[in-house]
Design a protein around this ligand. Sequence first.
Ligand code: SAH
Ligand code: DHB
Ligand code: MG
Length: 224
Amino acid sequence: MTQELWTKVDRYINDLLIPPDPILDATLAASDAAGLPPHNVSPNQGKLLMLLALIHKARTILEIGTLGGYSTIWLARSLPADGRLITLESNPKHAEVARNNIVHAGLAHLVDLRVGYAIDTLPQLAAEGYNRFDLIFIDADKPSNPEYLEWAFKLSGCGSLIIADNVVRNGSVLEVNSNDPNVQGIRQFNEILSAQPRVTATAIQTVGNKGYDGFAIAVVTSDN
Ligand code: SAH
Ligand code: DHB
Ligand code: MG
């Protein structure tokens, strides 16, 4: 009565509120066919990301962790015609699949996909003059989450929204002495978030067809 029920309820929600979407279906099918891991957010989570970006009237979005471009497409759909989404992906194969999916979704003019380790690309973005994304979505390698959060602070201003996926990980976030670097990355991320005076934040637990996990959501309350 846990995973099975969550999956059924997710299907119920998605059937009611998320209209059939051939572009997103094709994105997941192409990702699967190319052997990418099914680590994309679920449809209702993707739509939550889009809604948050819409509520926030985001014009510039930074995503860390593209995979096949599923969350990228949800987020990019929130953007105005002159908006911009920069997404960072280290795996060239994932990036190629994502690029095709983004083109197929008609969003290539809004999306700038950068291939490379995010920890190398982030300082490059700063050097290019990027200093204030309206929304930053962190969803790549979890051991690097503390560094990505520090970069998110650097690349944000008053009002910027920072969102991170996978902050609960089946409850393993409670394991203080875990030797799983993913868990330690998430724990440090949550601690840095709690200690940063420039943000006000919360986290919510999520269940669904992707299991039991969570999103952290933070608003930056002052400029750098
Ligand atoms: N946001 C996606 C899922 C991302 S899965 C979605 O919801 O659809 C995590 C992605 O981060 C993977 O594609 C992985 O290759 C990428 N990744 C892992 N380490 C990385 C790094 N150091 N820099 C950039 N991307 C990385
Ligand atoms: C997994 C899930 C994710 O959402 C992610 O970003 C990375 C990995 C997983 O299920 O292992
Ligand atoms: Mg994730």
